[in-house]
Design a protein around this ligand. Sequence first.
Ligand code: AGP
Length: 610
Amino acid sequence: MCGIVGYVGRENAREIIIDGLKRLEYRGYDSAGIAVVQNGKILLRKHVGGIANLENLIGDDPMTSGTGIGHTRWATHGAPSDLNAHPHLNGDGTIAVVHNGIIENYVELKEMLVRDHGVVFRSETDTEVIAHLIGVHYNGDLENAVYEAVSEMRGAYAISVIAAAEPEKIVAVRKDAPLIAGLGQGCNFIASDIPALLKYVKEIYLIENNEMVVLTPDSVKIYDENRQEVHRDVFHVTWDADAAEKEGYDHFMLKEIYEQPKGLYETLTRRLNEDGTIKLDGISMTKEEIEGFTKIYIVACGTAYHAGLVGKYIIEKLAKVPVEVDVASEFRYRDPFVDDKTLFIAISQSGETLDTLAALREAKRKGARVLSVVNVVGSSVARESDDVFYTWAGPEIAVASTKAYTTQLMCMYLIGLHMGYVRGTINREYYDQFIADLMTIPDKLKDCLAKNAGIIEGLSKMLYNKEQVFFIGRGLDSSVSYEGSLKLKEISYINSFAIAAGELKHGTIALMEPGTLVVTLATQDFLYEKMLSNIQEVKARGAHVLSIAKEGNTAIEAHSNEVIYIPACRDEITPLLSVVPLQLFAYYVAKERGCNIDKPKNLAKSVTVE
Ligand code: AGP
């Protein structure tokens, strides 16, 4: 997610914009830049890395101007670099653009600009296309040029634009990416969200989809897509800066739990072609290679490893290739059997986990083809892989991973479906139906959150003092129970652990005491009766049973103290839903225990040591 800040007024834009960008640092970014209008020219400064790098680049130059735009970049197209940083300029450098989002048809627009207008591109980004597109339409009327340009663009974007010939103006447009206008005295602001402006204004306009906003020092006007001016009520901001960064949520973790429907929607839909088939931008694996794999390793750490456990079930079921899942810190020391018929899948949110990177290098050394599932564009794991399947979760700030996990799962399904279809182990009808079922998940997840969050918060007030918690399940539920246990232990510090439900009786049940909390996952229809037996096993020994089941499977109530229901769906995709009550349970228990939820003790967001 990129950050946008713009200012037009009588103060010096540079200080205000840089200050605003610093208030967006929490969103995560890899480069930053600023452009101002000065003496009929655009002055541009941008640099890879943190805002401190940008400030060092600017040095003592006051960049004196009352009009400017700034940007912190979260790379989606093109690795982090000075050239790929925003703002981007048109050919003659008279127009500057900052952008948050993705232009889905940027390749065809880029080809048209080169072919028909002789444009020479400087960067690998989709954003630079916007700058040139506005440039070719510009004839002294910035609003009109921007309207013409966005009418040719497809995708999600919030853009802000300045022109050298119109020094006291910023034009911005919003489509499926956040944008707000701040209302000052003799000055006005544009930004991607509230924290950037909170120091200066408390009155804002919330810009709606397909709207253009034109800012001058003394006016802010909003127009709809038919270029008709629209009225907008002023929104009075009551949040303090800390609350604003979390958009009103108490913690980043809770915000990111609620961002999962959007992350899953983005990760799925951006991977689908118009005809509904899976789009493999950035994946160069050939049909022959996919047909030739005799073994797949999925290697990762922590939550990413747990996503691999689900991936094993799914890819084996769909693509009929043996899959072995391993923790990265073990894989590289056991002289694994790897050859040129092996596909090595590395999963990593940060793309910087050294254990995972080291395992990837070992697999490459042994001849494997490497596919990585990564959330951070241009990260080390991504750069060292043959192919990268990016999750579109956006920056994940909380140490405890939530939206990265579910979007990693979505990638496992897409990889399994694609490989199965290519290898002929599933037919088109099954493939289409499976994708259609996946398409229902974002709304089902919203429904699951709406129905269960309050119930789980209430349960946490009763169960937060448990000192020992088991998580049990069978099949895919077993895989998800490992993730549920990790969430609870890493933010509430309760000693929890997961075990396959069928394995409990082979020793571990000796630990069972009256009142021990057992979280049981029973979402797999074909294993439901087996799970009911396991639940009775622990209930008979005094356990307190909290069950997770599909809506309608009410028989489980007779053997549980409480039941959390998830929306019904096909067995294979329940992990996308069943993990969320476990995330919420961990969150509310940790909150009851007064723990530091976003930054738990002893933990780092990315473990870059072995
Ligand atoms: C998960 O909640 C933890 N923060 C941790 O287990 C994490 O998943 C693990 O360190 C792997 O990180 P990565 O996905 O960035 O490689």
